[in-house]
Design a binder for this molecule. Structure first.
Ligand SMILES: [Zn+2]
Length: 387
């Protein structure tokens, strides 16, 4: 494995990037917990602070056919958090943020860039039926959802019609840019579509707020504050606000099309620490795999709390995955389904015979969740955390 890659930085074009992570595994998980061939490799750009992933082999067919995010049910959603037993979904929280960050005149032209099944566009239209909503993505498989929402001339797949250039007051993009091979080209596209003075409101994962982002193979970009500022500035977007606190595990970006491109806009302040923090993430995941393997005992009956990414990571690393009696998940949308053929159960339904529970949760919040369970402290029950 060479230290430097031949491919340049997808944000700033710097020739040399340094490899900071190589899982050296035959398979990797996707962000939807599919097991896909290939190791995950992350490279660091010392010039702009970007972290780039190696990506999925044959990405185009992956997004056309395999990337079925919550496609089964229009109302299916993912939990952001629970407040006093009330479930707040990700789209609820995203909706609150966009309304807070952006002021929209009546009849504004809005484009959701990388909209998937357009759940956010639907939510925005419910609240603001006056908006002229448009939809763009790189897959045709969402068109049934789109047709229920907007006319065909407000839908675009792969490329946008010329008539859309310079038309938009607001472009939103929720968890799309981390999948895009050429983020600089896509941001230039966004800038072309915006009116002069129009706004971009974008959310991308924060690799330093959500460690899972680091190892999923379909995330080819792990944006950092300086790499985002560089990406925006090169496209002529300024007045950038990068909010690292309003959305757990994500960066909420707002910027305005000022038309001034400035490659000097890189905030070099924290670039030097990013490489170090990325190496620490690499060490975390390596140690997590060791923690899982070293805790396994032959006669275990196991449960994995969390049927999201961390739970899948645990399952994929167990020597004896057959010992897993169930995944445990709070989400009513997931209970009763299966992951890797194993049933997903409500927390109250932990089977009696289980003697080991793996905490398949974001490590930052895992102890608080596990210790609140009715079975926590049960005689002979071992809990394994990823760190
Ligand atoms: Zn760079």
């Amino acid at each position: 494995m060479a230290d430097a890659s031949e491919a340049g930085c997808p944000v700033c074009g710097a020739q040399v990037m340094e490899t900071v992570h190589d899982s050296k595994t035959g398979t990797s998980l996707s962000s939807l917990c599919q097991i896909l061939p290939g190791a995950k490799i992350v490279r660091f750009c010392n010039a702009c602070g970007h972290l780039a992933g190696n990506g999925v082999a044959d990405a185009q067919s992956f997004y056309e056919t395999d990337y079925r995010i919550l496609i089964e049910d229009e109302d299916e959603d993912q939990i952001y958090e629970t407040r006093d037993d009330r479930i707040v979904t990700r789209t609820d929280h995203q909706m609150a943020l966009v309304l807070d960050k952006v002021t929209l005149e009546p009849g504004s032209h809005v484009l959701d860039y990388g909209c998937a099944k357009a759940a956010m566009a639907r939510k925005l239209l419910d609240a603001r039926p006056d908006l002229k909503m448009h939809l763009f993505d790189v897959s045709q498989m969402y068109e049934n959802f789109w047709d229920r929402l907007v006319a065909k001339d407000r839908q675009a797949v792969h490329r946008t019609p010329e008539a859309w250039d310079g038309q938009f007051d607001l472009i939103t993009s929720f968890f799309a840019f981390e999948h895009i091979d050429d983020p600089a080209g896509a941001m230039a596209h966004v800038a072309r579509l915006l009116k002069s003075g129009g706004h971009l409101h974008m959310i991308v994962p924060d690799v330093f707020g959500n460690a899972a982002d680091f190892i999923v193979i379909d995330h080819v970009n792990h944006f950092t504050r300086p790499s985002l500022i560089r990406l925006l500035a090169d496209a002529g977007l300024g007045e950038a606000e990068i909010d690292q606190t309003s959305y757990r595990g994500a960066l909420v970006v707002t910027a305005r099309k000022t038309g001034v491109t400035s490659s000097e806009a890189t905030d070099t302040g924290d670039i030097s620490s990013i490489g170090e923090r990325a190496r620490a993430l690499s060490a975390f995941w390596t140690a997590a795999a060791v923690a899982i393997n070293s805790s396994e005992e032959e006669r275990d009956t196991a449960a994995i709390y969390g049927s999201g990414f961390y739970g899948a990571f645990i399952y994929a690393h167990l020597q004896r995955p057959g010992a897993v009696a169930g995944f445990i998940d709070r989400s009513p949308w997931l209970q009763g389904k299966k992951l890797f053929g194993v049933p997903i159960l409500a927390p109250e339904a932990l089977p009696e015979g289980v003697n080991i529970v793996y905490a398949g949760l974001n490590p930052a919040i895992a102890p608080g969740i596990i210790e609140a369970q009715p079975w926590f402290g049960r005689d002979g029950l071992r809990i394994v955390y990823l760190q």
